[in-house]
Each structure stands twice: as structure tokens, then as C-alpha cells.
Design a protein around this ligand. Structure first.
Ligand SMILES: NC(=O)c1ccc[n+]([C@@H]2O[C@H](COP(=O)([O-])OP(=O)(O)OC[C@H]3O[C@@H](n4cnc5c(N)ncnc54)[C@H](OP(=O)(O)O)[C@@H]3O)[C@@H](O)[C@H]2O)c1
Length: 340
């Protein structure tokens, strides 16, 4: 089975490449090889690569920036997946595509079910929903995976932002009235591996049973503030040197962002369990294993670099970490961390 994975420099794309190796011949595709803004080149590239399965985690994921670049976000998140899906339809190739909790408006307290109406609050959410609709219209065999609050030991994400800030600042103010399940990219990759492990016919059957849509997230729930506290506690217990003393809960309206975010991002996982037989771990267990990876990285860098050099300097010179310019107001990409 030739498995094409897009967006391999991203969190989920990278995790998929690592996890799916034993299941087939992987075709890892980065933005350089397949640029979603160049719509007319996509089908020809797919013809040449001839995959049996297309998995598409590539996306425009800069939630706040999307408010100022709606056309670009629409091209990458909706039009390009539409091209992928129409190619998949013509070649009878199944497509697994990723979407988001940001298609929901976040009202209420109960977990969202896949059959609930999607009413995005942001440009990002609207473009992701438009992408889902393009795929549905194509008539191909598809599975749309809505996930939420993604993070990994590597990459640009909430965990890495908290690690960096906890090494720089004594106090952090974190949004505490948005609820969801922090979900590691590794958990998502495990779930996808489980979905395709029994072959493409089984994937087709189950995707049809799921009506082409399924939630994948860690079990349990917390707030961004709860997640930040768990990260800081976990780093401290692993001996990572931090200066942070206080993690203060704030309301969303105390930290206005360009894009509106849902207050309730709880995702119902019943369909994942009943149709695909997958019961995800609780978010705390996943976090422990990602923190182990972060701590291992820190320990190995500490032993590698000379003692008189600042460890943080070395860490943040890595390409996957965004270094804040201390003369500029720091706005982490995650949009839930208020930094004065
Ligand atoms: N992050 C979250 O919290 C979250 C939550 C719910 C759902 N999702 C969805 O889950 C999926 C995976 O998210 P993620 O966190 O893994 O995303 P990510 O880390 O931001 O990675 C996105 C990937 O898309 C690629 N990409 C961006 N523009 C592209 C273009 N013009 N052409 C081709 N590739 C392009 C990026 O390449 P470069 O590295 O070259 O930019 C990167 O490899 C996405 O569909 C996202 O919408 C994410």
C-alpha cells in the first residue's frame, strides 16, 4: 500500500510518518514538493506519485492570521482539499482528511457530536468547514477526522510555548474558560494507524458506517490553564530548570485575540469507539509521555553543550522553536497565553 502523507513538517504529518512506516510504503510530501496554493499542479503530482491512500494533515493553521488572509486560508484549507478529493474520486483512492473543533461555535457544556450543526466563529474554522464540504461534494471515499488542541514534544504548539515562557517568566496568565482535551499528535497518528491496519477495504466500510466523519481526541477534559499547570508541574518533576512561580487563570475576554475561539471544544468520542474500536487514553497519560521526550531532549542537550553556555539559548536556536523578540509584544501562536 502506497500511503501519501501531506504536511510532513507539521505536528500530525510528522507523527504519521513515524507511526505508519510499518503499514506500507510511505510517500511523505512537504509544502515544497506539493504547494497547496498552486492548485493546478496538484493533480499532476498525484498522478506521478500514484498513492493507494491519501492522508491530508496539511493546512493553513495560523488561526489569528487567517482573519487577515482569508483567501489564502480558503485556498489551502478548502480549495486544495477539494482538488485532492476530486483526484481521489477519479482514481478510486480513499482520502483521510483532518478538520477541527473550531468548526463548532462552542456553545453549551456537553461534548459535540459529529451530527451537531457546525457554526464556525472564525475564518480558520470557516475555511476548514468549507474544506470538509468540498470533500463531501467530490463523491470520493473519504474520512474526515475532526481533532482538537493538538500538541507534540516538537514543533510550534502550546506545550513548547509554555516550556519557553516558563523558562523566561515568573508569572503566566492563561485562559481558563475554554474547555477541551489536549491531544498529542502521536495519539492521532496511533488512531489513524488503527483505522488502516486492517486494509483499505475495512477503512472504506468503516468510513461509510461513520458517515465520513469522526472525532479523534484524547479522553477527558481540561482548560488551557489546567493544561499549562500540568505542563509546568510535569517539567518541574522531571528536573527541568524553570523560573515560573505562578500560573494565573484569566477569562477569554481578558486576552482578546483576532479570531474568536469556542468556549466548549469537548468532542464526543462514541463514534470512534463504536465504529473503529478505538478508545483513546486520557490526556494526562499522553502528556506524561510527551514530557518524557521533552525532558530527554533537554538532558541530552545539557550534556552536549558546554556548561557555561545558556541551555535555553541552544534550545531556542532550534528551527522548530519560535524565539520571542523581547522588544516586541510577545503573542504566542496558541492564542491562549497572555504575555505582558
Ligand atoms: N493544531 C491544532 O491544535 C489543531 C486542532 C484541530 C485540528 N487541527 C487540524 O489538524 C491538522 C494537522 O494540524 P497540525 O497541528 O499538524 O498542523 P501544523 O503543525 O501547523 O502543520 C501544517 C502543515 O501544513 C503545511 N502547509 C502549510 N501551508 C501549506 C501549503 N501552502 N501547501 C502545502 N502544505 C502546507 C505546513 O508546511 P510548512 O511547515 O512548510 O508550513 C505543515 O507541514 C490540520 O488540518 C489542522 O487544521 C489542528
Amino acid at each position: 500500500m502506497r500511503i501519501l502523507v501531506t504536511g510532513v513538517t507539521g505536528q500530525v504529518g510528522g507523527a504519521l510518518v513515524r507511526r505508519l512506516q510499518p503499514l506500507g510504503t510511505l510517500i511523505p510530501i512537504s509544502e515544497i514538493a506539493l504547494d497547496f496554493t498552486k492548485l493546478s499542479a496538484i493533480a499532476e503530482s498525484l498522478d506521478q506519485l500514484a498513492p493507494d491512500l491519501v492522508i491530508n494533515p496539511a493546512a493553513y493553521t495560523a488561526v489569528d492570521k487567517a482573519e487577515d488572509e482569508p483567501d489564502l486560508a480558503m485556498r489551502i484549507n478548502a480549495e486544495a482539499p477539494g482538488v485532492l478529493a476530486r483526484w481521489a474520486m477519479r482514481h478510486d483512492v480513499p482520502l483521510i482528511h483532518f478538520s477541527t473543533d473550531y468548526v463548532y461555535d462552542g456553545r453549551g457544556e456537553r461534548p459535540w457530536h459529529e451530527n451537531d450543526e457546525a457554526r464556525p466563529l472564525s475564518v480558520y474554522g470557516s475555511t476548514k468547514l468549507a474544506g470538509e464540504n468540498e470533500i463531501r461534494r467530490s463523491g470520493c471515499c473519504f474520512l474526515i477526522v475532526r481533532t482538537c488542541w493538538l500538541y507534540a514534544a516538537q514543533g510550534k504548539n502550546f506545550l513548547r510555548t509554555i516550556l519557553r515562557l516558563a523558562q523566561e517568566r515568573k508569572e503566566l496568565r492563561i485562559v481558563s474558560d475554554q474547555v477541551g482535551a489536549p491531544t498529542s499528535a502521536a495519539l492521532v497518528a496511533d488512531a489513524i494507524a488503527g483505522m488502516i491496519a486492517n486494509g483499505l477495504d475495512c477503512l472504506r466500510d468503516r468510513s461509510a458506517q461513520a458517515n465520513g466523519l469522526v472525532h479523534v481526541a484524547a479522553s477527558g477534559e481540561t482548560t488551557w490553564h489546567g493544561f499549562a499547570c500540568a505542563i509546568v508541574d510535569g517539567l518541574k518533576s522531571r528536573g527541568v530548570p524553570l523560573v515560573i512561580e505562578d500560573v494565573i487563570p484569566i477569562r477569554t475576554d481578558e486576552y482578546p485575540t483576532r479570531a474568536k475561539r469556542p468556549h466548549n471544544s469537548r468532542l464526543d468520542l462514541t463514534r470512534l469507539q463504536t465504529v473503529f474500536g478505538i478508545s483513546p487514553q486520557y490526556w494526562q497519560a499522553e502528556l506524561e509521555s510527551e514530557l518524557d521526550k521533552v525532558a530527554d531532549e533537554i538532558v541530552s542537550m545539557q550534556s552536549y553543550y558546554p556548561q557555561n553556555a545558556s541551555f535555553a539559548d541552544h534550545l531556542f536556536r532550534q528551527p522548530h522553536v519560535v524565539v520571542a523578540d523581547h522588544n516586541q509584544p510577545c503573542r504566542p501562536r496558541t492564542g491562549h497565553v497572555a504575555v505582558k
